[in-house]
Write a protein that binds this ligand. Structure first.
Ligand code: APR
Ligand code: PHB
Length: 394
């Protein structure tokens, strides 16, 4: 087999890139380790920046998102028993975010891929990348017991944090930057109406809590928990009780509880790979970087990588602009680091750390007071939360 771009991984990064390239007439093949059902079973975040919303439109997959997604013009921070609203729209001069689950984004992209007839190999095993430093790279993998070889011009490593792409790059060619946080998030999904029409990020002495949603009838809540805790330790009853305790009283009083549809624990990590390119391989999304979920930036950063790579590859294949290839990594990394900073900062601001003493607690409270009481502070949070601009490729 031969194609222009071999895409490793069918998460949102791989599927979105594949759809955009296909629409531009650039051939691509997607190779995914898991089954489609497995990929759709993963519950992830659900806040889309305008940049991703625009990209979904450009890819021609926005119809259901436009219908079912909920535009949010603000978000709340709760601390010291108070609630402070951040008016995203006013503070940024008109920007908002869209609440629409990543699982739904993936589902819409999967349907579009199937309808396009472009090849996607699910349940592929033993995926290996070869000759990435040459101008004739190729990928080998096993599918339905058959050993296959895919020759290509470029490889897009969209295979997430645990994928094969980053691991194929020799360690001397990469620099890794990392922070692992001393707590996790326990998430609960339920068919109950959201406690509030906007998201609430709560700083509480017992730990962080987040009230989010997927629709007007489905809620997603999170609690900061210890690294040694397990889902089985958390009955629904215990979860709801703890959540109520961490929310401001007026909000807690309105909380509607119900049986969980899903409960899972996510570790929190900041991680960046530099550079995001090795020869003919580009790392995209979680394969190159991870952010803690506190700023809702994971999926959105993946989208800005996809946008940059897509625009560069269009110029490469349509105008022979091979000189642009080396711009991918520096353009992406500038935006990645800003989102890493914001996600790390939001995490530090809102969570209880094991070594938090009286002094650091007062600093945290005072930082929350300061940022929510000045236009400069509110604007800083708002412009980062809605997403910093995408850098043009030239
Ligand atoms: N070969 C082929 N596919 C692989 C391999 C491999 N060796 N290893 C992993 N994959 C697949 C995974 O099964 C997964 O479907 O690559 C895909 C990567 O998808 P994601 O982890 O979702 O990463 P990405 O598409 O970059 O999405 C961005 O943003 O909100 C965050 O972490 C969240 O997934 C989200 C991410
Ligand atoms: C979610 O809805 O899952 C969600 C929302 C905002 C975040 C993280 C997760 O910051």
């Amino acid at each position: 087999m031969r194609t222009n771009v071999a895409i490793i991984g069918a998460g949102p990064s791989g599927l979105l890139l594949g759809q955009l390239l296909h629409k531009a007439g650039i051939s691509n093949v997607i190779i995914e380790r898991q089954s489609a059902t497995y990929v759709l079973g993963r519950i992830r975040a659900g806040v889309l920046e305008q940049g991703l919303v625009d990209l979904m439109h450009e890819a021609g997959v926005a119809e259901r998102m436009d219908r079912e997604g909920i535009v949010h013009e603000g978000v709340e921070l709760a601390f010291a028993g108070r609630r402070e609203r951040i008016d995203l729209k006013t503070l940024t001069g008109g920007d908002t975010v869209m609440v629409y689950g990543q699982t739904e984004v993936t589902r819409d992209l999967m349907v579009a891929r199937r309808d396009s007839g472009a090849p996607a190999f699910y349940e592929a095993s033993d995926v290996q990348l070869h000759d990435l430093k040459s101008d004739a790279p190729y990928v080998t993998f096993t599918h339905n017991g058959e050993q296959l070889r895919l020759d290509c011009d470029y490889v897009a490593g969209c295979d997430g944090f645990h994928g094969v792409s980053r691991k194929t790059i020799p360690s001397y060619a990469l620099e890794i930057f990392e922070r692992v946080y001393p707590f996790g998030w326990l998430g609960l999904l339920s068919d109950t109406p959201p406690v509030h029409e906007e998201l609430i990020y709560a700083n509480h002495e017992r730990g962080f809590a987040l009230c989010s949603m997927r629709s007007t009838t489905r809620s997603r809540y999170y609690l900061q928990i210890g690294l040694d805790e397990h889902v089985k330790d958390w009955s629904d009853e215990r979860f709801w009780k703890e959540l109520k305790c961490r929310l401001p009283e007026d909000i807690a009083a309105q909380l509607v509880t119900g049986p969980s549809l899903e409960k899972s624990i996510a570790p929190l990590r900041s991680f960046v790979t530099e550079p995001m390119q090795y020869g003919r391989l580009f790392l995209v999304g979680d394969a190159a970087h991870i952010v803690p979920p506190t700023g809702a930036k994971g999926l959105n950063l993946a989208a800005s990588d996809v946008s940059t790579l897509y625009r560069i590859l269009c110029k490469v294949f349509q105008e022979g602009r091979h000189d642009l290839v080396s711009r991918y990594s520096p353009i992406c990394l500038r935006r990645v680091w800003k989102a890493e900073r914001f996600s790390w900062w939001m995490t530090s601001l809102l969570h209880r750390f094991p070594d938090t003493d009286g002094f650091s607690q007062r600093i945290q409270q005072s930082e929350l007071e300061y940022y929510t009481s000045t236009v400069a502070g509110l604007t800083s949070i708002a412009e980062n939360y809605v997403g910093l601009p995408y850098e043009p490729i030239e």
